[in-house]
Design a protein. Structure first.
Length: 228
């Protein structure tokens, strides 16, 4: 004797199978996410602006110094070709002035590079703090617990520097692409930067510190009263 399942039971079973299949296809939930910081710096709008500005300033200063040094070298060359009989006290004064100018230009170049490095460090600090804030937002939205900064992509060992970067920067050998939040972080950073671009000249952003537990208002008032 054949037994037939009710139509309702069949439909429920099909729905359960479909839900199971959909659940298997869905991105797995993980407490660990990964972020490619090099891409974040290179591809975010603020990171591009920082690098482009630095390149323009360095190129302009380099050209200016190159032009001045070229004229100076030509002058020194002429002075050095002077005959001993023409080397008057004024000649040595000119030679001394040329050498002093050369030393001044070298010092100016070193000071300029030091200042630009300091500016770059401060700008990068703000950029990294922003990346940290946006990564924390994504982490909370996804219910994750930690975000790893890591070098991703293919392993390349063409140079000694590549070897060092692989050993030091690559914390994750391989990962599920659904755990990579780089694109989402860049998108959120670009949105913030578009809205706050004009205030980036203000003092560096301070990193937000999260407290484990807020002090109840009553306890705070009690402490204040006891202090008085």
């Amino acid at each position: 004797m054949r037994t037939y399942l009710p139509l309702t039971a069949v439909l429920v079973g099909i729905a359960a199978l479909a839900a199971f299949a959909q659940e298997k296809q869905a991105a797995p939930k993980s407490g660990i996410l990964v972020l490619n910081m090099m891409r974040t710096i290179d591809e975010s709008d603020e990171g591009k602006d920082i690098i482009n500005k630095l390149k323009e300033e360095q190129a302009s200063k380099k050209q200016s110094l190159t032009d001045q040094l070229a004229k100076l070298q030509e002058k020194v060359k002429v002075l050095r070709e002077a005959k001993p009989a023409d080397r008057t006290p004024e000649y040595y004064q000119e030679l001394e002035k040329a050498m002093e100018t050369s030393a001044r230009l070298e010092m100016e170049k070193n000071i300029f590079l030091a200042k630009k490095q300091d500016e770059l460090n401060r700008a990068m600090q703000q950029l990294l703090i922003l990346a940290q804030e946006k990564a924390r937002e994504v982490m909370k939205d996804r219910g994750a617990e930690i975000v790893l900064l890591t070098k991703m992509g293919p392993i390349e060992l063409a140079t000694d520097q590549d070897v060092q970067q692989e050993l030091v920067m690559r914390r994750v050998l391989c990962h599920d692409e659904s755990l990579d939040i780089t694109d989402e972080v860049i998108k959120r950073m670009n949105t913030w930067y578009a809205e706050n671009r004009s205030v980036r000249g203000l003092p560096p952003r301070e990193e937000k510190k999260e407290t484990a537990k807020e002090t109840p208002k009553g306890a705070q008032m009690k402490g204040s009263a006891e202090g008085n």
